[in-house]
Write a protein that binds this ligand. Structure first.
Ligand code: ASP
Length: 343
């Protein structure tokens, strides 16, 4: 018998009609009752919280992180499934992944259709997640959705409504779940885990500022005035802004606020190509480039770096370590090269 613990946190997979719209309300045991449990797997449910995931806070994520570590203190447990709303699933999954050093997996799943939908995806996703949690090893946190297994790092919600809700715009799935078994592709070793922050750690404010035509430095200044301890710039193109924003970023970094640069574009890495307010100048101003991480996961990298760095030490250094770790999945181009297929 394999032992899997399901940590229930809400989301559409736990949602029912409220008269005007859907909201999370079902307990984990009800979510579990919606489908079958794979043979040879025994499940225990932990009801952690029940929210639509657009309402998830750092407090929820810290409590989830500690729940995962508490559950894994039991050597009888073989793996964990976290049921979570899809809206911010990639954020909570990456957060847990960055602190995860155990070989037993934490498998995040959810649904695009509510719990009681007759044509819903809750039961299938949960079944596949349980199978992955019961059998996987050395995965860190992964996302199982619509028959695919993705590394948490790099994966995003790519469609608002489609059942194939998740994907890595720059990488491949780690595996697939088909006909009741999980098959695995090639992957890289995982990066070292960050030290676990205390459950009652203060929650550093980290803001994302999206650049656009006619954008200015007002939101950078507003974020700093609101007490931001880290900033993410979602630049245009390969991570570009304006000379005014670069000046504001330079002042932020000089004041001890680390700044990471991602992009509003859906795929590809940010790169130091342009001056005149571009990523070349942002790097010169002390900002760090986030590679292929999209803005929401770049924010999680910065949040985790701040939580893992003792006050008074340089969180920017921790951020550098987090951002320079290679993604777990092979990229599409690497697979072509490895297979000798060419472009
Ligand atoms: N609103 C939902 C959420 O909690 C969407 C979902 O779960 O699919 O994120």
């Amino acid at each position: 018998m394999r032992h899997v613990v399901v940590i229930s946190t809400g989301g559409t997979i736990a949602s029912r009609w409220q008269g005007e719209g859907y909201a999370a309300e079902a307990a984990g045991s009800e979510v579990l009752a919606a489908g079958a449990v794979p043979e040879g797997v025994e499940v225990r449910v932990v009801d952690l919280f029940t929210v639509n995931s657009s309402r998830v806070t750092t407090a929820h994520q810290l409590s989830l992180l500690h729940a995962v570590h508490d559950v894994l203190a039991d050597p009888e447990v073989d793996g964990i499934v976290v049921t979570h709303g899809t809206d911010t699933l990639e954020e909570s999954a990456f957060f847990v992944d960055l602190f995860h050093s155990d070989r037993r997996p934490v498998v995040f799943t959810g649904a695009q259709k509510p719990l009681d939908a007759e044509d819903g995806d809750a039961a299938g996703n949960l079944y596949d997640a349980l199978l992955t949690a019961a059998t996987g090893s050395d995965l860190g946190a992964v996302i199982v959705f619509a028959g695919q297994v993705f590394a948490a790092r790099g994966t995003v919600k790519k469609h608002t409504l489609d059942a194939r809700a998740f994907g890595d715009p720059d990488g491949l799935p780690l595996g697939r779940v088909e006909f009741g078994r999980v098959s695995w592709g090639r992957r890289r070793p995982r990066a070292a885990a960050l030290p676990l922050p205390p459950a009652d750690a203060p929650h550093p404010r980290v803001d994302i500022i999206a650049h656009h035509s006619d954008g200015d430095a007002v939101f950078v200044q507003a974020a700093l005035a609101a007490g931001a301890r880290g900033l993410v710039i979602a630049g245009t193109g390969a991570g570009n802004t304006t000379p005014e924003i670069v000046d504001a970023v330079r002042a932020a970094v000089a004041g001890g606020v680390p700044v990471a640069v991602s992009t509003r574009v859906a795929a590809g890495a940010v790169a130091p190509l342009y001056t005149g307010g571009g990523a070349v100048d942002l790097v010169a101003a002390g900002a760090q480039l986030a590679g292929t991480l999209r803005p929401a996961q770049t924010r999680i990298a910065l949040l985790a770096a701040l939580l893992a760095t003792p006050r008074g030490q340089d969180a920017g250094q921790t951020l550098h370590t987090v951002l320079s770790a290679a993604p777990q999945a092979l990229s599409r181009s690497e697979l072509y090269l490895a297979d000798g297929v060419g472009h």
